[in-house]
Design a protein. Sequence first.
Length: 548
Amino acid sequence: MAQSSASSAARRPRLLIIGLDGLEIRYAERLMDRGELPALEALRARSACFRLDHGPAQRTGLAWEHFASGLSPAAASRWSAVELDPGTYKVWQEGARFKPFLDQIGARVTVFDAPYVDLRRTTEMRGLVGWGAHDPGTEPYGRPAELAQSFQDRFGPYPAAEWTYATPAYCAATCESMGQSLAAAVDRRLEAALWMLQAVPDTDVFFVVTGELHSAIEGLWHGVDPNHPLHAHPSAPAAANALLEVHRAVDRFVARLAEACPGWDVLAFAMGGMGTNTSDLQSMALLPELLFRDAFGRSLLQVSSDWAQAPDAILHLDPQEGWNNARSWFPPPELRPARPARFGRGLRRLVRRVLPPKTGSGSPLGPFRSPLNWQPTTRYAALWSQMNAFALPSFYDGRIRVNLRGREREGRVNPTEYADTLERLENLLGECRDPRTGTSAVAHFERPSAEDPFALDNSDADLTVVWRSPATALIHPRYGMIGPLPYRRTGGHTGPHGVAYLATSSIAAGDYGERSSFDIAPTVVDLIGARSASELSGRSLLRDVGTA
């Protein structure tokens, strides 16, 4: 029986999966057309090509969990990486919580540094995760242990960790250094991936992700986007060159991996697109300040007089300061008791609330947790219980939680007033304008699909605010100017499409239009002729298309 199984596995099609985390296909195709990315151009020419639509799920920030689990937000009941405990008002960032679907398809799978692939939850998969991924979603882990130890002895720590979340936009030299370091890290990642292929030769599926483009576009996008307000900054040419160098390195990465896997099917993909960051300042700083002023009639945010005098100007920030001192712009609020008789006990609770949870998982298989105390949003957390609505920490669009009586421990809004509260919040934000452009600050609002607010998941918001532009300030007719603040990341997750290049004998090369990003996981199952033990969201790309 063992020999029969081994023989069947040997006949199974072999598949190379390359995750191109952060690839913005519109920009990448411009580079291909200029001859800058010959390997990606060659792969495109021999592939079935799909534009991927991630829909509103792109705003969850969980693209790699969506692939790793094969589940949509609705199927997973998970709407953000940020969790709120309504009993304590504590928040934290939570990593992978699902068993990877690749461990449930009866194939020999090796993985290298794929985000949100929690190897601790698997029984058959081999490889290593949490080395240098952008938002890894897991603790560092390898299986088997001797493979992990050999990797550590040979490659050591990830060489560009300081640049993974860097914000270099105000300094040309820093932009240049970021590009050089990330490009070198891609080359090191390639070396490590090729080593792992040799170390685990008996594999049906090799899944590797490069996340350096994710970091590079978030930090350097203003260099290539002529519409970005910082495109005229002296750092922009250096940022453009740096971004090009990282793309060239990723192209080498794709070329060498494909060469190392002759005869294999190849699936290279990015779940969503990238573009101008329209959310960092608004979601992390301006929105929580607006709701604070609305609740208490006073300000917490302290803007320098130089900045305040030019609310429509493009601010300049000392590169040595950066956003590292952002919390100093938000002094701790004066703690005013909502119920004076309970002040002593309440103050102790307030202090506990602002302390971040411990980093790491709470149990051997618990999700990885990271503190969010670096986000300015959490400077307001001590008073959330005294507000009708408050801004949750967010990496993307604005997310507002209603302090609902019967759901949050010290809820203030009666359930009968819930709908009116959401309408009032929309009106409040609808009055905000971007002082630089004079246009409305908000593109549109999204409400949760669940009609019952008591069914809202702890990772979900009562109201999502999709911002219109990269505003540095908001101006409101009653609460005045909020900001301005200097930019943090210039790139973000605003591109309309991801992409999939599928080079296989199962489908003829060509353009196959648009499909859902959730179709990638079932496609993998079909490509290797397997079945998944769990139900997956989406539909295989191999369905409903002509075969070669």
